[in-house]
Design a protein around this ligand. Structure first.
Ligand SMILES: *Cc1c(COP(=O)(O)O)cnc(C)c1O
Length: 470
């Protein structure tokens, strides 16, 4: 399998190459040259497999020759063996139409673990084949940071630098990052938003002093969903859920609480592979750039409003570029032009092809604070389920959609409610407790540095601490 950049001028790479590269050297994102396609009979044959085996089957065409079948199986078994539920991503039922797919049974209590447990093992496997050292630089709105740190802490060929927006992540989220004291883990709180942090990260990939792909000193890697391997791992649970609900004979819709458009793009990939998905509902909070883009073609970033669902407080959704590229005729040169204009003006219009392409599968909805609290109360009243604020936004969008009554709608439960305990208590009166697997989080020592949000101070912080690599 070969991967090409959405902006058309970076070299095409194999799976090992894209996993280690993260962002393409032309500023674009890597996508497979073509979508692997499963026949209906092949999909039917996947029903009933244990999660790790299903994962290996789905990932196999994307991985190509970068891993042997045995290596891939073993990595999947190790990654998904760390989950606290035997089904890895169990399904629960609310009522005749509404379902919940729990993605938070990994070590750090959010769906990010599903991909990052795998990505940490992929990094280790690929780095062991040479003497390269990887410097991971990431931005987090809260959950990617803890999941990535858990996945790579203590690994000797990796340093991780994780930027989070100071004061805008929950106490549980922050402590899950800052109490990991392994010497290869570097937490940085910046003055600014997630979007500011992510912009600095992207800039570092294109900095000729820093990035080895540009002649600089460090091999910089990505754990954000700009890294293709993350999306690949997330495709698996769309198959797992749909198969349980009767696919391929029966269609299924998904409602996905969305920030950086990674999770829901994995659903789009599942559909391209042949999974019969009726619809993907993009659920946003008041930071609704994606809702506006899908409803009106207006992709324009406002300023970020902090909400009770901080992992969705995002205005620039990196992975949307992958969708626009695929729906817009896969024209890298045109995409590069369109993104240049977005980067200059913070606004752009979707083309007709992009709008019609997206409309074939996606609808969207925006939830404010009341909508979110109401959905949390409904889940509790209807099914005795305590759900987190992000999941509540997905459930709100699922319940107000007009998907036909005979098609199941699965809301992705992206985080454990105890990660956002104050918001959950405000809405429901119930204070969910942390699962025992997170241990004595509130007793542990924290370590992190604070930096102003400007690129230069971040780059020099990394340069002083990272290990050079060619
Ligand atoms: C990251 C995250 C999201 C948003 O996912 P994207 O892939 O960025 O769209 C939603 N909910 C939670 C809890 C998250 O951690």
């Amino acid at each position: 399998m070969h991967y090409i950049s959405t902006r058309g001028s970076a070299p095409s790479l194999d799976f090992e190459g894209v996993t280690l590269a993260g962002l393409a050297s032309d500023g674009g994102l890597y996508v497979p040259q073509e979508w692997p396609r499963f026949t209906e009979a092949e999909i039917a044959g996947l029903a009933g497999l244990p999660y790790a085996e299903l994962a290996a089957k789905i990932m196999s065409p994307f991985v190509g020759n970068s891993l042997t079948p045995d290596e891939l199986h073993e990595l999947c078994a190790t990654a998904y063996g760390r989950f606290a539920h035997a089904a890895v991503t169990p399904l629960k039922q609310f009522d005749e139409q509404q379902w919940l797919l729990e993605l938070f049974h990994g070590p750090t209590l959010a769906f990010k673990d599903v991909a990052l447990q795998m990505l940490g093992l992929l990094f280790e496997t690929f780095l062991s084949r040479s003497d390269a050292h990887l410097t991971i630089v990431g931005a987090t709105s809260g959950d990617t940071g803890s999941a990535a740190i858990d996945a790579v802490a203590g690994r000797d060929k990796i340093d991780i630098f994780m930027l989070h927006p100071k004061g805008r992540v929950s106490d549980v989220q922050r402590r899950q990052m800052t109490t990991v004291l392994a010497p290869n883990v570097h937490n940085i709180a910046i003055d600014g938003s997630f979007d500011d942090a992510q912009a600095s990260v992207k800039r570092m990939f294109n900095d000729s002093d820093m990035a080895s792909s540009k002649g600089g000193r460090f091999r910089i890697g990505a754990v954000n969903s700009i890294n293709w391997a993350r999306l690949m791992a997330q495709v698996v649970y769309y198959f797992a859920a749909a198969l349980q609900l009767g696919a391929p004979q029966r269609k299924v819709a998904f409602s996905v609480p969305t920030g950086n458009f990674g999770d829901v793009f994995a659903g789009y990939v599942a559909a391209q592979m042949g999974l019969p998905i009726e619809r993907l509902i993009v659920a946003t909070n008041v930071n609704d750039i994606l809702h506006r883009a899908l409803a009106d073609g207006d992709y324009s970033a406002g300023t970020v409003t902090p909400t009770a669902a901080p992992s969705m407080d995002i205005q620039v959704s990196s992975n949307f570029e992958r969708l626009l590229f695929d729906c817009g005729g896969r024209d890298g040169r045109a995409m590069a032009e369109q993104m240049r204009s977005f980067e200059a003006d913070k606004a752009m219009q979707l083309t007709n092809a992009q709008r019609t392409g997206a409309a074939g599968l996606f609808t969207s909805a925006r939830a404010d604070a009341d909508d979110m609290a109401m959905a949390m109360r409904w889940a509790n009243d209807a099914a005795g389920e305590i759900i987190d604020p992000h999941t509540a936004i997905g459930l709100f969008a699922a319940r107000q959609s007009d998907v036909s009554a005979d098609i199941p709608v699965v809301t992705l439960a992206t985080a454990h409610p105890a990660k956002f305990v104050d918001a959950v208590e405000r809405a429901t009166g119930t204070r969910p407790s942390l699962p025992t697997r997170v241990g004595d989080l509130f007793a542990r020592e924290e370590r992190y540095d604070e930096l102003a949000g400007d690129y230069e101070s971040i780059a020099s912080y990394v340069a002083e601490r990272a290990t050079e690599s060619r």
